[in-house]
Write a protein that binds this ligand. Structure first.
Ligand code: BES
Ligand code: MN
Ligand code: ZN
Length: 502
């Protein structure tokens, strides 16, 4: 598939399909009205017959409309004009994309990008349309057998053009398209790594994937193996990996295209390729979903792919702590005490709170090695964030108000939103251990606020740097499918960071 941005009249397009919108109650969008005008009221006639009334997500394909050059005109229902918002915009683009692929169309021009939205511009419209359509076209079939793969549908669609109203909108639209395609490709990387099962996507597989992407797209990748991790003193990270035959990997990525000597932005991801809970084993129901426990790491890798494609003039380092959390004679036991790279001793009271055990050492590594300008970690850290915030936002914790603001703004811009949670000193009290410096779960204060307790634990390892923690347990996958979040958030944040510097 190739995408373009152009500006032209809908009735003059010589393509397989022209896509225009119809609001609920049979109100035509401007482009639909133009086609209706040149075709002697063909659209109005169809609507009178009741085949299209503009309900959100509806679509109808018309052939050979008089006065037009396209083989087809697709009408797409937009819902109520007054409630046409960002979500509706995404829905209609996805619906149009799916319907378009069901036709024999080879090329198409969409006028859905003309639709006005409060507070948005054509850069946003084109970018969101492209991301949404790439999402609609994504499917994960790597694990089907050869026969089934051969029988997968093939589609004819090759070219899709987003139309903008004026030639002066072209530069904004084109920038939006370039950014969107980089984001979408980064999301696809993250999605596929997430969707791959635990027996395939091991720590070693994650490391190899990062290396291959680095080689293909021009960023440096270094893999730290167990002996080096031991030398660094990562007793906490290594204690989790000890319960598995899969060797742990610390994946370190460097993209340094900014000014020499400028402190890098650090991205840190939880790459737990399968979380059975360890000796504090999880219940069987839906445990398969714990293959997604590496989605934080996958997002860092996906963001690097996007970053390299966009060639942003900034310095960014990425660190993914990759391990399994299984049961074994050598695995962590409740009550075990380990020493982290920071020298802080940790009493492991629940082996299922392993994300913080691997991330604390990754945070210390980043702080000591890179002295980053800011550090953003992301992890499917707690089931409690799902309880606290539900399905839509990623939970955000930060020790720096400016970073909270930048991440919140980036999320709003790109439609990958975060919501701030508290990091008050009161919570630190609850991590007191009888025998070590800190416990890995709350030892007082009851079971409430589990996501905050997890973030409070990590905070102890990010005392010297500007830091934010993203709990993506509710947003990294939906049902049994990876979403590719928070790649859009990260890339938008990096785009904004690069823009601020020019
Ligand atoms: N990976 C899980 C968090 C998780 C659980 C994400 C369910 C999405 C759905 C994490 O390692 C974990 O097990 N956390 C525990 C922490 C608890 C033991 C303090 C949890 O959330 O139950
Ligand atoms: Mn766990
Ligand atoms: Zn986990």
């Amino acid at each position: 598939m190739e995408y373009f941005v152009k500006s032209g009249n809908p009735e003059k397009q010589r393509v397989s399909c022209v896509i225009v919108g119809i609001y609920d109650r049979r109100t035509m969008s401007e482009s639909a009205a133009v086609i209706d005008g040149v075709s002697d009221g063909a659209i109005a006639a169809v609507m009178r017959r009741g085949d299209m009334d503009g309900k959100l997500g509806q679509s109808l394909v018309l052939h050979n409309l008089p006065g037009t050059f396209a083989d087809r005109v697709m009408l797409v229902g937009l819902g109520r004009e007054r409630s046409f918002d960002d979500n509706a915009f995404r829905k209609v683009n996805a619906a149009a994309a799916r319907a378009l692929r069901q036709t024999g169309s080879i090329d198409a021009v969409s006028y859905l990008t003309h639709l006005p939205l409060k507070g948005r511009d054509f850069h946003w419209n084109v970018s969101q349309a492209a991301i949404t359509i790439e999402e609609a076209f994504y499917s994960f079939d790597d694990c089907r057998g050869e026969k089934a793969k051969e029988e997968l549908p093939s589609y004819k669609l090759e070219r899709l053009t987003f139309d903008v109203p004026r030639r002066s909108d072209l530069p904004a639209g084109e920038r939006g398209l370039v950014e969107a395609l980089a984001i979408a490709k980064g999301m696809n990387v993250a999605k596929t790594l997430g969707n791959l099962p635990g027996n395939i996507c091991t720590p070693t597989y994650l490391a190899t994937s990062a290396e291959q992407l680095g080689a293909a797209h021009g960023f440096k990748v270094k893999i730290l193996e167990e002996p080096e991790l031991r030398k660094l003193g990562m007793g906490s990270f290594l204690s989790v990996a000890r319960g598995s035959v899969q060797p742990p990997k610390l994946i370190v990525m460097e993209y340094l295209k900014g000014p020499k000597g400028e402190k890098p932005i650090a991205l840190v991801g939880k790459g737990l390729t399968f979380d059975a809970g360890g000796i504090s084993i999880k219940p069987a129901a839906n445990m398969d979903e714990m293959k997604f426990d590496m989605c934080g790491g996958a997002a860092v890798i996906g963001a690097f792919r996007a970053l390299a494609e966009l060639a942003l003039p900034i310095n960014v380092v990425g660190v993914v702590a990759a391990s399994e959390n299984l049961l074994d004679g050598a695995a962590n036991k409740p009550g075990d005490v380990v020493t982290s790279m920071a020298g802080i001793t940790i009493e492991i009271l629940n082996t299922d709170a392993e994300g913080r055990l691997i991330l604390c050492d990754a945070l210390t590594y980043v702080e000591q090695t890179y002295d980053p300008s800011v550090c953003i970690d992301m992890a499917t850290l707690t089931g409690a964030i799902v309880v606290a915030l539900g399905a839509y936002p990623t939970g955000l914790f930060s020790n720096t108000a400016g970073l909270t603001r930048s991440l919140t703004a980036a999320g709003e811009q790109i439609g990958d939103r975060v919501w701030e949670m508290p990091l008050w000193p009161e919570y630190e009290e609850h991590l007191k251990s009888e025998c070590a410096d800190i416990a890995n779960i709350a030892t007082s204060g009851g079971n409430g606020g589990g996501a905050i307790i997890g973030a409070t634990f990590l905070h102890k390892f990010a005392k010297k740097m500007k830091w934010a923690h993203l709990d993506i347990a509710a947003t990294a996958w939906k049902g049994k499918r990876s979403t590719g979040r928070p790649v859009p958030l990260l890339v938008q944040y990096l785009l904004n960071a690069a823009a601020k510097r020019d």
